[in-house]
Design a protein around this ligand. Structure first.
Ligand SMILES: Cc1ncc(COP(=O)(O)O)c(C=O)c1O
Length: 452
């Protein structure tokens, strides 16, 4: 090989400076972006160029459910590359057939026809188009505390402030917002259980008054926007309302799927069967980019005679499908769904003890290995330290100060406006849970000092 083909080694300073100069840091102003140079990762840790190991307490973006560098999944990527790295989606492939069979084993019953994209965003876009084509109706009801993706339709369905930059005219039309279920701080000022889940009834009220509603989309447990666990009546009631008004129910399980909440899929907690289930992230433990839109046979039958007007060059990309089969097999072999459920009481007890100790914690909530710790500056009023507006304007957030302290202690923790999302890989040990929660415990002094 000629010497001129060998790229010179880059120093960490060069890597960071090239990245900053030539790439966009997402969801932020660029000036303060100082990305760390990550060179390796294994199990529940990632490693930076200076040799420091960080406990990955949120599985990156709540997606590396199997932990880093699972050997079987890595091998499946190599196998797929050797066998068939690409073929157009119009052809049948062994990996697509295998994955589809495997999905029938783990998805909620009744979801039997699949469209494969390369992200949660795209999978939601497909869900909206399918719902609109199938029902002949237009509107989609979403909720304010939600995130469904970054492109035209999915950002329009997103209730959180990431939508604001696209308003009023930069987003897809036809999305309307309902209040979320948040029993800690109810947006319609009710109290559970005397409310009778009025937040679900509110959606019925919207459907009646909007007309032309094709679907309701919900994250069964809201993810980034607070790990909001609904009361047990909520999802069954929503299913009932959707059936009554001939509206499709879309479950966005991009974050809650794949064992995260202690079931294969979050809707399994309540036995609710959505018409469309959307997922991504943990489907491959994020090693390769795959999104899934799963529909019922009833929806599938409609397209036997009607034009399925959707697709991508990378739809059902073989490189994404083989590794998904390996991911599911590894999850089964390691019994990770039961592991997440089994560790839930341990995390609950530890976080409730943390709340007792720290005046700045307003609430802890979660399921399986998916938890939020919400900070408030006053427990009585439940007023947060920061607002969504602070986040968008790039103001320093209290949660970011706490997370930075944790990072200094070797624990990487995702934070959003006024809460932390604790979601370690499902292979996490009790000792690693202790390490992460201990780091939070120590770092919360920063927030406690600001309480009044
Ligand atoms: C619930 C939910 N839906 C959709 C998305 C978008 O997925 P992606 O980032 O893969 O496009 C996300 C991403 O965090 C999500 O949490």
């Amino acid at each position: 090989m000629s010497d001129t083909l060998i790229m010179p080694q880059l120093t960490t300073e060069e890597v960071v400076s090239l990245t900053r100069k030539l790439n966009y840091g997402t969801w932020r102003a660029q000036k303060t972006w100082k990305p760390m140079h990550v060179v390796d990762a294994e199990d529940c840790y990632f490693i930076t160029a200076d040799g420091k190991r960080y406990l990955d307490f949120s599985s990156q973006l709540m997606c590396v459910n199997l932990g880093h560098k699972n050997p079987r999944v890595i091998e499946s990527i190599a196998e797929q590359a050797r066998e068939l790295p690409y073929i157009a989606p119009g052809y049948a492939t062994t990996s697509r057939a295998r994955l589809s069979q495997k999905l029938l084993e783990v998805l909620p019953e009744g979801l039997e026809k699949f469209f494969f994209a390369t992200s949660g965003t795209e999978a939601n876009e497909a869900a909206f188009k399918i719902a609109r084509m199938y029902t002949g109706k237009t509107k989609i009801i979403s909720r304010y505390r939600s995130y469904h993706g970054s492109t035209s339709g999915s950002i329009a369905a997103t209730g959180d402030p990431r939508r604001w930059a696209m308003e009023p005219s930069g987003k897809g039309p036809g999305f309307v917002f309902a209040p979320e279920t948040n029993c800690y701080k109810c947006p319609i000022k009710h109290t559970y259980p005397s409310c009778g889940v009025a937040c679900a009834d509110y959606i019925e009220h919207m459907i009646r008054n909007e007309s032309d509603v094709a679907a309701v989309i919900v994250e069964p447990v809201v993810g980034t926007n607070g790990v909001l666990v609904p009361p047990k009546e909520y999802m069954p009631r929503l299913r009932q309302i959707c059936d009554e008004y001939d509206v499709l129910l879309i479950a966005d399980e991009v974050m809650t799927g794949w064992g995260r909440t202690g079931k294969w899929f979050c809707v399994d907690h309540w036995g609710v069967k959505p018409d469309i289930l959307v997922t991504a992230k943990g489907i491959t433990s994020a090693y390769v980019p795959l999104g899934l839109t799963a529909t019922t046979t009833k929806i599938a039958d409609y397209f036997e005679e009607h034009y399925f007007s959707h697709g991508h060059t990378y739809e059902a990309h073989p490189m994404t499908l083989g590794p998904a089969v390996a991911t599911i097999e590894e999850m089964q072999r390691l019994d990770l769904v039961n592991r997440a459920a089994g560790l839930e009481p341990y995390v609950r007890t530890k976080l409730e003890a943390l709340k007792e100790k720290h005046i700045s914690i307003g609430d802890v909530r979660g399921l399986g290995l998916f938890w939020a710790v919400e900070l408030v500056k006053n427990r009585e009023t439940k007023e947060p330290f920061n607002t969504m507006r602070d986040k968008v304007e790039g103001k320093p957030l209290v949660v970011d100060q706490v997370a930075a302290k944790m990072m200094g202690m070797g624990v990487a923790q995702q934070a959003w406006v006024s809460h932390f999302v604790i979601a370690p890989p499902l292979i996490v040990t009790k000792a690693e849970l202790d390490k992460g929660i201990d780091a939070l415990d120590e770092s919360l002094a920063i927030a406690d000092a600001l309480v009044y």
